[in-house]
Design a binder for this molecule. Structure first.
Ligand code: C2E
Ligand code: CA
Ligand code: CA
Ligand code: CA
Length: 284
């Protein structure tokens, strides 16, 4: 990673740098990195397409490596997943982002707390104390379950039976929002979707790339139209990720998508920036 003015930086390119950096040396360093507080979280706002208001923020973890600089999650989450370190790391992300949500709330003027979206990896999903840990973290932060949205990828849930879905269902029953991340990239069939305890579909950005500039790709338009209609029939809300242009945002608004996230609105950034965005929003 290299400095890019101010406190911005660029994430090391996952394709080139990751090959150079020895995977095992990164893997070996992960536990110490957690002990040494080398991880930090950036937040990216989720914006209501109908009114442009900030609805919440997704927590995205980064690693400030003492030698390699800032590493993006694609470079270390798979390593953490394969060694089991994802469980304590994921718990830290949950704690830290809910602590942050609480701080935003206290700084705000009596509005409802900002909802935080936290990514949950497959091992975390299978971890026996997921429900108890999540409840404890919410209680410690002094936040209601509705202040949290857990994002689970479609692929992590494919094939899960009722027993395996139970922890998620318990969390959903408590009021935690569950979002199906990267929707459309897996192969879950539509009847399966009905059985999942999810309230939001997060449409993968591959479906909306063709809408970045006019004229929009007519096939992409049809697909998104179909997904939105299906989702709304099932009472699910639709969030679109990777929205990079105003043209795209306008198409998605007209197509009835509910929430958007992407560089067009804001890149992931430090918590102070999100506070500024939402205060501006509350004032307007
Ligand atoms: P994701 O959950 O699909 O997160 C969205 C990714 O898209 C993020 O990449 C975000 O920075 C990027 N993005 C946002 N807006 C745009 C846009 O307009 N255009 C483009 N091209 N990209 C955009 P990031 O931060 O590199 O994270 C990559 C993945 O790492 C995430 O994908 C998620 O699966 C995983 N991840 C991140 N944080 C965590 C975490 O705390 N725990 C776990 N288990 N996974 C995490
Ligand atoms: Ca996500
Ligand atoms: Ca996603
Ligand atoms: Ca993704």
């Amino acid at each position: 990673a290299k400095a890019a003015g101010g406190n911005r930086y660029e994430l090391a390119d996952a394709d080139s740098d990751a090959r150079v950096i020895a995977r095992h040396s990164l893997t070996n360093r992960l536990p110490a990195a957690l002990d040494n507080s080398e991880f930090f979280i950036e937040y990216q706002p989720l914006v209501g397409l109908a009114d442009g208001a900030v609805r919440g923020a997704e927590a995205l973890v980064r690693w400030l490596h003492p030698v390699h600089g800032v590493l993006g999650p694609d470079q270390f989450i798979p390593l953490a997943e394969s060694t089991g370190l994802i469980v304590p790391l994921g718990r830290w992300v949950l704690e830290e982002s809910l602590r942050q949500a609480r701080a935003w709330w206290q700084e705000g003027s009596g509005q409802a707390p900002m909802r935080v979206n936290v990514n949950l990896s497959p091992s975390q999903l299978r971890y026996p104390s997921l429900v108890a840990d999540t409840v404890a973290v919410l209680e410690n932060a002094g936040l209601a379950p509705s202040a949290l949205c857990l994002e689970v990828t479609e692929n992590a849930l494919i094939g899960a039976d009722e027993e395996e879905l139970r922890p998620l269902r318990e969390l959903a029953d408590m009021g935690v929002d569950i979002a199906l991340d990267d929707f459309g990239t897996g192969y879950s069939n539509l009847s399966y979707l009905r059985r999942l305890p999810v309230s939001t579909l997060k449409l993968d950005r591959s479906f909306t790339r063709g809408m970045q500039r006019a004229p929009a790709d007519p096939v992409d338009v049809k697909i998104v139209e179909g997904i939105v209609s299906l989702a709304h029939t099932l009472d699910l809300s639709v969030t679109v990720e990777g929205v990079e242009t105003g043209t795209q945002a306008e198409h998605l608004r007209i197509l009835g998508c509910d929430t958007a996230q992407g560089w067009y609105y804001a890149r992931p950034g430090p918590p102070e920036r999100l506070r500024m965005l939402s205060l501006v929003d509350a004032a307007s």
